[in-house]
Write a protein that binds this ligand. Structure first.
Ligand code: FAE
Length: 541
């Protein structure tokens, strides 16, 4: 779940110092400017050497590394730049007070937790190119970030490297040794990943919920692990001390974070901007990519310019020598499936659109006893998890429930070894791409999550909450935060993301990963992009 000025309403000098303190020398001085590439209009008829569709993790890595190799890069992003404060002086809306900035072209909010204590939480909002997309397709709601920075604008920043023994199931064709030696460390450094200070954790009121989560996990015999994050932990300590504007401790996460989170705008995109070779065109949606002529002529890329109410105000076509698809698992898959089916990219193979999964996401809450309060003020940034992957197929993030009141609730997002994979297909009559995910396919995920929470409930004498996802509904099984796949590595592409059939077209985002990463996915998406772009630069340019 961030911005070109590090905060919306904190004086810039203060926030920049905090940011420097939290990132150290890791990212280099350029990143500390915290500035995304300048926005520039791309006009019809322009010719660019490299065009990147989307500005999330895969796109940001590709843009930075191409620019460092001397290539001029143009990034096209359908969402907003998120660099201008709204009427309240802040760039992003608070999680508890969604407004026009919060949702992508919806007239009613669609909060992942739809209810609380029996009351529905959703409300009407003006239709706007807001930051969080709740895309409903094929029996599942797929949450995604929209704007310069992609998912890094809205996510919890949990930066988890999968266990080495699970890696073969994540990316079977990739040399694990190389990933763990070179590309995971490179991704973690580039993202500014760090772990909470364990001594501070023990006393911080805002992590009471995580300590309760640990106690319950350990009493039932489950391994409890600290999980790294891209939040500036030093800034959070100062939030707790009351010396800076509160962000994580004001519950900011889902609709953007106005201070301490190191989104891509502060890391990869800031470094890309500092090369002087990367520009971004926000509020433009790529709709077509097709060969511009004979071999070597590049690709004609068509895009729609969007007004903030979603209306199309112009259609533009430019030519790009190379196109990097980085529109996210769903965005890239939808584009490629349509372009193959409609004949714009006839050389794509039959793997396009296949191998999509939701990282086995399922949520639940538990009702604790009165002697186990989880805290009125909870940091919106999770820092820990329960690892029952090997024994029960579930890794559960100990998640916050930052409501501002004492709820006595423990809340979890589980990532499970769900075996089901869906496919995208083109519905010609309706003129849209569809996904054949089945609601019932979440059953294995629920069973796997229960390997943890049934046992904890039994040990603690507690019960599941039934009021968070409706009335009398335990499981948040209707959604995912982690869409993966649809243009799987070494199937739809070669082993480095080159699309079959069309030289000069590449996939660099979460679409490459076949449905599951066993943990939260963005470090793996980043590391894989680092691996692939290094090879592409060495051999294709
Ligand atoms: P992504 O970041 O989604 O970027 C794609 C970009 O392309 C977006 O900005 C789109 O607006 C843009 N786009 C799409 N279509 C077009 C088009 N046609 N033309 C132009 N632009 C387009 O892709 N992961 C973790 O590892 N840890 C977490 O703690 C975590 N928490 C999450 C919490 C929430 C609420 C959500 C929604 C996600 C969370 N994730 C988390 C998932 C993570 O953000 C996601 O895997 C990555 O952002 C995916 O990266 P990609 O580069 O694939």
């Amino acid at each position: 779940m961030s911005d070109s000025t590090p905060t919306g309403d904190v004086p810039q000098g203060i926030s920049r110092r905090r940011f420097i303190a939290g990132t150290g020398s890791l990212l280099g001085a350029v990143a500390l400017a915290g500035r995304a590439p300048s926005a520039a209009a791309l006009d019809t008829g322009a010719r660019v050497p490299a065009l990147v569709v989307g500005t999330g993790y895969g796109g940001s890595v590709a843009a930075l590394r191409l620019a460092q190799a001397g290539v001029d890069v143009h990034m096209v992003e359908q969402g907003m730049a998120w660099d201008t404060p709204g009427p309240d002086g802040k760039i992003f809306a608070n999680t508890t007070r969604p407004d026009f900035r919060s949702y992508w072209l919806r007239t009613r909010t669609k909060a992942p937790l739809s209810n609380f204590l029996g009351f529905p939480l959703d409300k009407d909002v003006p239709r706007y190119t807001g930051i969080l997309d709740a895309e409903e397709m094929g029996g599942i709601v797929v949450y995604q970030g929209r704007g310069v920075g992609g998912g890094s604008l809205v996510n919890g920043g949990m930066a988890v490297t999968p266990k080495r023994e699970n890696f073969a199931a994540v990316l079977p064709s990739v040399d694990a040794e190389e990933m763990y030696r070179t590309y995971y460390p490179r991704a973690n450094a580039g993202l500014g990943v760090a772990t909470v200070d364990p001594a501070w954790f023990e006393t911080a009121e805002c992590y009471r919920y995580a300590r309760v989560g640990r106690k319950h996990a350990q009493r039932s015999g489950f391994p409890f692990v600290f999980v790294p994050d891209v939040y500036d932990w030093d800034y959070m300590k100062q939030e707790a001390a009351g010396t800076v504007q509160k962000s994580a401790l004001d519950g900011e996460i889902l609709y953007g974070n106005n201070a301490g989170k190191k989104s891509l705008q502060k890391t990869y995109l800031a470094r890309a901007a500092a090369t002087g070779k990367v520009t971004v065109t926000p509020l433009h949606r790529v709709t077509s990519v097709t060969p511009a002529g004979g071999p070597g002529a590049g690709y004609a890329v068509t895009m729609e310019q969007l007004a903030t109410n979603g209306d199309v105000t112009a259609v533009k076509t430019v030519t790009a020598d190379r196109v990097f698809f980085a529109a996210g698992s769903v965005g890239t898959s939808k584009l490629l499936v349509e372009l193959k089916a409609t004949g714009a990219l006839p050389g794509l193979n039959d793997e396009i659109g296949k191998g999509w999964g939701e990282n086995g996401n399922v949520m639940c809450g538990r009702a604790n006893h009165m002697w186990d309060p989880t805290g009125k003020v909870q940091s919106s940034i999770p820092c820990s998890g329960i690892d029952n992957w090997a024994a029960g197929g579930a890794f559960a993030e100990v998640a916050p429930l930052p409501t501002g009141i004492e709820t006595y609730a423990s809340f979890y997002l589980s990532i499970t070894k769900n075996p089901h994979r869906a496919a995208f297909s083109w519905n010609a009559a309706a003129g849209r791409v569809e996904l054949n995910w089945q609601t019932a396919w979440k059953r294995p995920s629920i069973d796997m999550a229960r390997t943890i929470f049934d046992r904890i409930n039994e040990r603690e004498g507690t019960i599941y909450r039934t009021d968070l996802f409706g009335t009398d509904k335990i499981w948040g099984d209707h959604l995912t935060y982690h869409p993966l796949g649809g243009a799987v590595l070494n199937k739809a592409t070669d082993n480095y993301g080159r699309l079959h059939g069309h030289p000069g077209l590449y996939v660099v985002d979460g679409a490459l990963i076949p449905g599951n990463t066993s943990v939260n996915p963005f470090v793996t998406i980043t590391a894989l992009a680092e691996r692939n772009i290094e090879r592409i630069i060495a051999t294709d340019l």
